[in-house]
Design a protein around this ligand. Structure first.
Ligand code: ADP
Ligand code: MG
Length: 738
């Protein structure tokens, strides 16, 4: 019979069910609750089990046997009496024992009735493998809604539908409830994958890297259990040291941020978020039926909560396997140890490019190295032991570098020389560095035979083929370490004139939303506590000189008109006007310019504004339908769109987070006073960003706003907003659920 591999011989009881090997008849553990019912069951029913090889139901059953599940297994199939030498039941209701978890793999028409059976049986955990739900359209979505509702009403927890199953590799459970051909070993990684197909690839990569799991879960449509639930489940699990997620969508991004911010302080959370490109996003929506949120928003979300984002599964595993075997660096100073010059230059470039530094080796370290290295060796950093470097010397030198207090991490590079095979170098290196409190990453540029050999070695630290990925991993590890140590920061609330803000927004809202009148926009900003250079509107040209004296020179003249959106684009802004004569000339010139741009007919009047000085910054906000308010700031003025030097933050944010984002802006240096200039008032910018965060979080009717520019004056002098646009959400906007 062409069947799945035979299960290992087990003790059977008279019913044909399997007794747990570690079972203790006198003391039965209490029934597992919550997600434990799925991941830590005492007994599993496989509904839709079969012995047909290469069938999903067949693989599910044989994987449970192959993995050596420590609990009881009950195959359910009305058309069989025995499967894999185990008694088979027609329904879960017919099983004489208690059942904690059901793996459901029946045609989709039967899923609801089967789940209802499970509920009656008192089953608390469900893994629904069956596909044909939300991902196939409206009818499927309706079926999924009914399934989810049933599961929720009965207080069950469900993985899926449309998934590949779950694994708990902890030795107490040893449960592989997937139909994956590749098994998983036990280790420190917890993995949730939104794609089932990718799940198999993930298990394959993990196997080849000897990286083991606590739990692995293919999430499917996430109808009941979400990635957020999994994060929470793993947050305090002592055996899970690294959490990895492959995501196609965020169910509730705001909640994700809340949870991830907390979890990442305790253990690394690595994410591959697919749908980076527009085409990818479209594929994601047809694949799991999820709408991928906009890209910048996602990056902001992940950055805001200390998650390490990888572009590919390969990158994620590069990092995960380093985290599994190496401690986090305590600083950014890297020592490079090599036997060849070229790769050392590559490594140096990669280290610098990743924002790390080359360590300054101490005199003592150099002396110790000089004692046994040949005179041709280079004792600076990189330490080049030249091609004759022996395996023993690799070990010795690495140990000396690790002992240097100015070194936070060691990057070892070995190009296979003539005399020493990579394997002996590797062994010497491992013997010398294992257990080190500082990370050691290794790049071996060897032939395929070595990598093949490495695959058959017992679990070991990662071996990179090139310096670049190793440097990237080190940089990520440093980022993780820094994040974990970073103090939480403080959330500050500002006093605002809320009634005034509410009134302005309500008035626009009653008229169906849209852009606020310029006056209202300035009023709103002022009510939020942001200083503005109040514009004076002048309808008649003849009134200009009188009003100009009220505003005070030097001033700026701007064209005003409802249709004139970007004033400077049509010649509608003149700055630096010092007196009446200059004003008159500016008016003439502006009218000519407007005419040239075909905008003269749109001119309804003029704006006079006090001239501001300093650095031009943009602070804006947008209310993303999925994520809620996102606040952006960066290089402002007319070049916003050209340089795109901006950062997003996600309210609520702390002062420290804003400062951190600011330090990652290229324009950040503009505030620190370049070449003898007085440094800009950074504190004013930070406060303004925090105020806009609070404003948009408290008043979700603000669909979009742009303060551009906000002038940042020299430290100690007041900055001002000189141009503000605010759009109020209306009937056409999708409201977000908060
Ligand atoms: P728009 O964005 O519609 O073109 P702005 O009011 O933002 O119009 O003005 C455009 C540019 O003119 C600003 O980026 C800034 O360089 C300059 N500017 C505008 N108002 C002032 C002001 N009050 N003081 C100094 N410069 C100003
Ligand atoms: Mg502007």
């Amino acid at each position: 019979m062409a069947d799945a591999p035979a299960p290992a011989p087990r003790r059977g009881n008279p019913n044909g069910t399997i007794l747990p090997l570690t079972g203790n008849k006198t003391r039965t553990p209490p029934p597992p609750r919550g997600l434990d019912a799925v991941f830590r069951p005492r007994s599993i029913a496989v509904i839709g089990a079969s012995t047909r090889a290469h069938s999903i139901g067949g693989n599910l059953l044989s994987n449970l046997f192959r993995s050596g599940f420590t609990g009881k297994i009950f195959p359910i199939n009305p058309h069989a009496s025995v499967l894999h030498s185990v008694k088979c039941y027609p329904t879960v209701g017919a099983v004489p024992d208690e059942v904690d978890c059901a793996i459901v793999s029946v045609p989709k028409e039967h899923v609801l009735e089967v789940v209802a059976d499970c509920a009656r049986k008192g089953i608390r955990g469900l893994v629904v493998i069956t596909a044909g739900f939300k991902e196939v359209g409206a009818a499927g979505a309706e079926l999924e809604r009914r399934l989810t509702e049933l599961v929720r009403r009965k207080g069950m927890r469900m993985i899926g539908p449309n998934c590949m199953g779950v694994i708990n590799a902890e030795p107490e459970y040893s449960m592989d409830a997937t139909f994956s051909p590749t098994p998983a070993s036990y280790g420190p990684l917890a993995f949730a994958s939104q794609s089932g197909a990718l799940g198999v690839a993930i298990l394959n990569v993990a196997q080849s890297l000897k990286l083991g799991f606590t739990q692995f879960v293919s999430m499917g449509n996430k109808a009941n259990v979400s990635s957020n639930d999994m994060l929470t489940y793993w947050e305090d699990d002592p055996r899970t040291r690294i959490i990895a997620l492959y995501l196609e969508s965020f169910g509730n991004p705001r909640r994700f941020v809340e949870i991830a911010r907390r979890v990442t302080k305790k253990k690394p959370v690595l994410v591959v978020k697919s749908g980076r490109t527009v085409a990818g996003a479209r594929a994601a929506s047809s694949h799991t039926g999820a709408l991928a949120a906009s890209e910048v928003a996602i990056d902001a979300v992940l950055e805001a909560c200390g998650v390490s984002r990888s572009d590919t599964i390969e990158e994620l595993f590069d990092l995960a396997s380093a985290l599994a075997s190496q401690p986090l660096p305590q600083g950014d100073r890297v020592a490079i140890l090599t036997n060849a010059g070229g790769p050392a230059i590559m490594a140096t470039d990669a280290v610098i490019q990743q924002g790390l530094r080359l360590a300054e080796l101490s005199a003592g370290t150099r002396r110790k190295l000089a004692a046994f290295l040949p005179p041709e060796a280079s004792l600076g950093n990189p330490v080049d032991m030249i091609a004759s470097a022996s395996d023993v010397n690799y070990g010795r030198a690495a140990k000396i570098l690790l002992a240097d207090r100015g070194v936070d991490a060691v990057l070892v590079i070995n190009v296979t020389p003539v005399l020493y095979g990579p394997r002996t170098v590797w062994d010497a290196l491992m013997a010398a560095t294992s257990g080190s409190k500082k990370p050691v990453l290794s790049v071996f540029m060897a032939n395929e035979a070595f990598y093949d050999e490495a695959r058959s070695m017992p679990a070991h630290p990662p071996i990179y083929r090139f310096p670049e990925p190793a440097a990237r991993v080190l940089a990520e590890m440093w980022k993780i370490g820094r994040w974990q140590k970073k103090p939480g920061g403080t959330f500050r609330r500002f006093r605002m004139r809320s009634t005034a803000i509410r009134r302005i927004l309500a008035r626009r809202k009653r008229r169906g939303g849209g852009y606020l009148d310029p006056d209202d926009a300035f009023n709103l900003l002022e009510a939020a506590g942001v200083p503005v250079a109040r514009p004076a509107y002048v309808r008649r040209e003849m009134d200009l000189p009188r009003r100009a004296r009220e505003v005070g020179y030097p001033l700026v003249l701007k064209a005003s008109g409802e249709k004139i959106v970007h004033k400077s684009d049509v010649g509608g802004v003149t700055a630096g006007i010092r007196d009446d004569a200059e004003l008159a000339a500016a008016v003439l010139r502006m009218k000519t310019d407007l005419a040239r741009h075909g905008a003269l007919a749109q001119l309804e009047g003029f704006i006079l504004q006090r001239e501001a000085a300093g650095r031009e910054i943009v602070v804006g906000a947008t209310n993303d339908p999925k994520i809620g308010p996102l606040v952006m700031f960066g290089l402002g003025g007319r070049y916003v769109e050209i340089f795109k030097d901006v950062k997003f933050v996600l309210p609520p944010v702390t002062r420290e987070e804003v400062l951190d984002a600011l330090s990652r802006l290229k324009a950040g240096v503009l505030l620190s006073g370049v070449r003898g200039e007085r440094p800009g008032d950074r504190e004013f910018l930070v406060e303004t960003v925090l105020r806009i965060c609070q404003l948009t979080a408290d008043f979700p009717d603000i669909a979009e706003m742009d303060v551009n520019p906000l002038f940042i004056a020299a430290r100690g002098r007041r900055g001002v907003a000189v141009d503000v646009r605010v759009r109020v959400s209306g009937r056409d906007d999708v409201s977000h659920a908060g």
